[in-house]
Design a protein around this ligand. Structure first.
Ligand code: UDP
Ligand code: MG
Length: 322
């Protein structure tokens, strides 16, 4: 059993001015019956619209809440970490992370709180179906999870996103991991604790467009694999070994043929193909190695994952529009 009196709601925002008011109204209404002390932590991830002004205008009616404004767009993973850090600095027994675009129905939170009380340290409001997404996006996601689960050593379930309720201990564990290349979905799995998956039907975006394009999604996939496993390097090793063995066998075969039947016509085409193929494989191997070395380089600088421009809380005045 877990006891809970106060709940922090962490909301990353990147140009969500159009939805934020409706999001706050719906969430406050959904949580009213829980009887918990509710505190919002809005993290502005470098929005260029008036998300900060909209959210800070609501602070007087949301006691203990704050808007953490980052100095630029650091990406959702860093924004979530900023939110968790800020939530930990205050009073809270658990934290729920939720998108500002109302794709995550806030009405699911009371049930998540109940499951937390039942002794689950992490309650994942998992996406029950992907009907709202385009066919291309659905296929990409499927391929993403298939490859990541094969390549990375940490299991990641399709549909499990950032809409989760985490106990304070879990948040402390997550915040102690300060890596720059954050693949949060992997980190949740890595920290462990008792987890419960609760299927929830997600909604379509309230306003505006998804911030994730295919480019960043491919980068995310690469990040996911390289942050959690060195398997690709091992695959490169196996491929190299296989090609080496094959060429050696071929060389022995040619030698025997020459001894037995004399000199044959030179095979320019086969030499050319072999060279190109090996060149390609070598470059891929070097590129892959470079990914890992690059990551080590970035991590070795130990830069903070995000920078805070300012924190707006009740009484700090109205935010200026950026
Ligand atoms: N978001 C963010 N920083 C970013 C991109 C997105 O804080 O660089 C926030 C965004 O405002 C939203 C949530 O992360 O609250 C999910 O983003 P989005 O809806 O664009 O992604 P999708 O739902 O399509 O995965
Ligand atoms: Mg969304």
């Amino acid at each position: 059993m877990n006891s809970i009196n106060s709940l922090a709601v962490v909301v990353p925002m990147f140009n969500e001015a159009q939805s934020i008011d409706r999001f706050i109204d719906r969430t406050v209404l959904a949580l009213a019956a829980t009887g918990l002390d509710i505190r919002f932590v809005f993290v502005d991830d470098g929005s260029s619209d008036d998300s900060v002004a909209r959210a800070s205008a609501r602070l007087p009616e949301l006691p203990g809440s704050a808007v953490v404004q980052l100095s630029r767009n650091f990406g959702k993973e860093a924004a979530l970490l900023a939110g968790l850090d800020a939530a930990l600095a205050g009073e809270c027994d658990a934290i729920v992370m939720i998108d500002a675009d109302l794709q995550h129905p806030p009405e699911a939170i009371p049930k998540m709180v109940e499951e937390f009380r039942n002794g689950n340290d992490v309650v994942i409001a998992s996406r029950a179906s992907r009907t709202g997404d385009s066919f291309a996006r659905r296929s990409f996601t499927k391929l993403f999870y298939k490859s990541i689960n094969w390549l990375a050593e940490i299991p990641i379930v399709d549909g499990d996103g950032d809409f989760r309720l985490l106990g304070r201990d879990v948040v402390e564990a997550l915040c102690s991991l300060r890596e720059q290349h954050r693949f949060t979905k992997g980190l949740y799995s890595w920290v462990g604790f008792q987890q419960l998956r609760m299927p929830v039907e997600y909604e379509t975006r309230d306003a505006g467009e998804s911030k994730f394009r295919y480019g960043p999604l491919v980068a995310l996939a690469l990040n996911a694999v390289t942050s959690f496993s060195a398997k690709p390097l091992r695959i490169a090793l196996v491929v190299g070994f296989a090609i080496g063995t094959l060429s050696l066998t071929y060389a022995v075969w040619i030698a025997l043929q020459t001894i037995g039947f004399g000199k044959d016509l030179p095979g320019y085409a086969s030499i050319f193909c072999g060279m190109m193929f090996l060149g390609g494989v070598q470059l891929m191997g070097i590129g892959l190695l470079g990914e890992y070395v690059g990551r080590t380089y970035i991590e070795s600088k130990s830069r903070p994952p995000y920078l805070v421009k300012r924190v707006i809380s009740k009484g700090a005045g109205r935010a200026r529009q950026d």
